[in-house]
Design a protein around this ligand. Structure first.
Ligand code: MG
Length: 110
């Protein structure tokens, strides 16, 4: 079975509607929750070598991050593929290959 992003949107909407949790999910709280889940993901790596982190735990925290990001996108009626591709295009302008290739400098320092 192939699952796509629409299925995730739908499952999240159902999950939250069944619990009457939409009342808690304004933009601020969703953004904070997303940030907190990203911190939980970071915590897995804290004081460890990246290759020593448990893959299942990464999966769990990454799913939390994605789910809050999807809920936030849903809140603002944003099309995830569209906004991602738009941002990649913007970044390609900020980081032209001839200047950015092989280095990690911020665009303002290229
Ligand atoms: Mg978590």
């Amino acid at each position: 079975m192939k699952t796509d992003l629409k299925d995730v949107f739908s499952a999240l909407r159902d999950f939250n509607a069944q619990r009457d949790w939409d009342q808690f999910h304004d933009g601020k709280n969703l953004a904070l929750a997303l940030s907190i889940e990203a911190a939980e993901l970071n915590e897995l790596f804290l004081w460890k070598n990246a290759e020593d982190v448990n893959r299942e735990k990464i999966q769990e925290e990454l799913a939390d991050v994605f789910n809050y990001a999807i809920m936030l996108a849903d809140k603002y009626n944003l099309e995830i593929p569209d906004i991602c591709l738009k941002k990649i295009e913007e970044n390609s302008q900020k980081y032209p290959v001839d200047k950015a290739r092989g280095n990690a400098k911020k665009y303002s320092e290229l």
